[in-house]
Design a protein around this ligand. Structure first.
Ligand SMILES: Cc1cc2nc3c(=O)[nH]c(=O)nc-3n(C[C@H](O)[C@H](O)[C@H](O)COP(=O)(O)O)c2cc1C
Length: 436
């Protein structure tokens, strides 16, 4: 367990993060703000004030078409639609901050590794080493169809991603010491003898190139990953410096950490840094937080929740009885989410129904939830951190930006007073934050 709790804030460049219809809540400003640089820059400054390790953008680059065979329900209710590219926001938020790390999701689907390398490395250079790349394999059918492909078989997606990363590593590793001279007197910028030309001829990719970017302040971006199936975990352990996970309750978190440790032992890797997803609803008092929760819950139509859950399950849930048990069934979409969602109702030894899992998905995106006054939220988070042995949490606020500000101004100071959240950054790069 880390000596202090690491905090990351999760967002989408979309009207919602995890709570369906949160955009329609009176207290929420995301729908109006998402097209405005200032909105995102204010969130970035707030998180930096709270000494968060990073902000993190999840991304699913197409509206889901799994539910009822089309995108109508996500469009109607704004369920991660529109889904804008988060990449420009990385630069916008970096420009407004000096130390906050910025994690961003870029799928290996559709972008050749050389171009992904160039985009991510440019941002890492520009931000002075504050970028993390969440490498995902694209579990949603719609994102593949949008570019004229079909969803690749689950485990093969990870083989493809392994080779993808090989190309990126070859480019990052292509610089020897002293490669960059920047000598204005001699007019020599780089030493071509010390920058290897990459020549990759593999099963899925070919790349003959020299790195097009300068090394960044942290050398290369931090790699995040969130696969939690057997093959996904193998990939995560091999590549990731920190791992995102969604597990619905403490027992499931402990089970996940055990499996991850076994996978790390097999691969001969050190214990992974796990950031568990956690949703919060905060109020100035317990009563206010509960009222806010009820307002949010009441606004989630079952149709919106079922469309949300259909995407990671890879199943059209309109064809199922909502009251049937949601047992794990084989899927080519997200096996990790299938497993986590089927455990939503199992904490007390019961089976989960589809309705229960969908309701949780609609309200929190499948994340476990803490609700209450700042003191109560701090107590619940601290207990979960200690009991789970987690490295930290990937937080999702029910409404934005208000709850993010309330968390930073009222919960963070309590955790700082208890000595479990940093009061200031000790480094400037994202890797330094994660290792501090
Ligand atoms: C906290 C968290 C964030 C994630 N963010 C994304 C994302 O932004 N985009 C995406 O396509 N998948 C995302 N995923 C899904 C995983 O990356 C992974 O693709 C999916 O779970 C399928 O892999 P698996 O079957 O190995 O679990 C996320 C998962 C978790 C736990």
């Amino acid at each position: 367990m880390s000596s202090h709790m690491h905090l990351v804030q999760m967002l989408f460049h979309s009207p919602i993060t995890h709570t369906a219809l949160s955009w329609a809540n009176e207290a929420d400003g995301q729908l109006e703000g998402m097209g405005d640089f200032g909105y995102w820059q204010n969130i970035a400054r707030t998180l930096e004030r709270g000494c968060f390790d990073a902000v993190f953008f999840a991304d699913t680059p197409a509206a889901s078409d799994q539910y009822k065979g089309g995108p109508e329900t996500p469009i109607k209710f704004g369920v991660v639609w529109p889904t804008h590219d988060p990449m420009p926001l990385v630069a916008v938020m970096a420009a407004a901050t000096k130390q906050l790390g910025i994690g961003v999701t870029l799928s290996v689907t559709g972008t050749p590794p050389y171009l992904a390398y160039r985009r991510i490395s440019t941002l890492d250079y520009l931000s002075h080493g504050r970028i993390g790349w969440n490498v995902v394999t694209g579990h949603m059918r719609a994102e593949h169809r949008a570019i004229g492909n079909e969803l690749m078989e689950h485990d093969e997606r990870y083989d493809y991603a392994d080779e993808y990363m090989e190309v990126c590593y070859a480019l990052w590793d292509s610089f020897s010491t002293g490669a960059i001279l920047k000598n204005k007197k001699t007019g020599i910028l780089g030493d071509p003898e010390k920058i290897k030309r990459v020549n990759h001829q593999g099963k899925y990719f070919r790349c003959t190139a020299v790195s097009p970017t300068m090394p960044s302040a942290q050398g290369r971006p931090v790699i995040f990953q969130a696969g939690s199936s057997g093959r996904g975990m193998e990939f995560a352990v091999k590549h990731a410096e920190a791992i995102f996970a969604i597990q619905p309750h403490l027992d499931a978190m402990l089970g996940f950490s055990r499996r991850l440790k076994e996978a790390a032992d097999v691969a001969g890797k050190p214990e992974a840094k796990v950031l568990f997803g956690l949703h919060y609803v905060i109020g100035s008092t317990e009563a206010e937080a509960k009222r806010r929760l009820e307002e949010l819950r009441e606004r989630v139509p079952l149709d919106a929740a079922l469309s949300r859950i259909s995407a990671p399950l890879g199943i059209d849930c309109s064809t199922l009885d909502p009251d049937q048990p949601l047992d794990e069934v084989p899927t080519q979409a997200s096996r990790g989410m299938m497993e986590a969602l089927s455990k939503v109702g199992t904490e007390h030894g019961k089976r989960t129904t589809l309705r229960q899992a969908a309701t949780q998905m609609g309200l929190t995106g499948g994340l476990p939830q803490v609700v209450g006054s700042p003191e109560q939220i701090a107590d619940q988070i601290e207990r979960l951190w200690r009991d789970s042995g987690a490295f930290g949490f990937n937080l999702s606020a029910a409404t934005k930006p208000g709850m993010i500000e309330e968390f930073v101004d009222h919960v963070v100071p309590i955790l700082q007073k208890r000595g479990i959240v940093r009061r200031e950054y000790s480094g400037t790069t994202l890797r330094e934050h994660l290792n501090s």
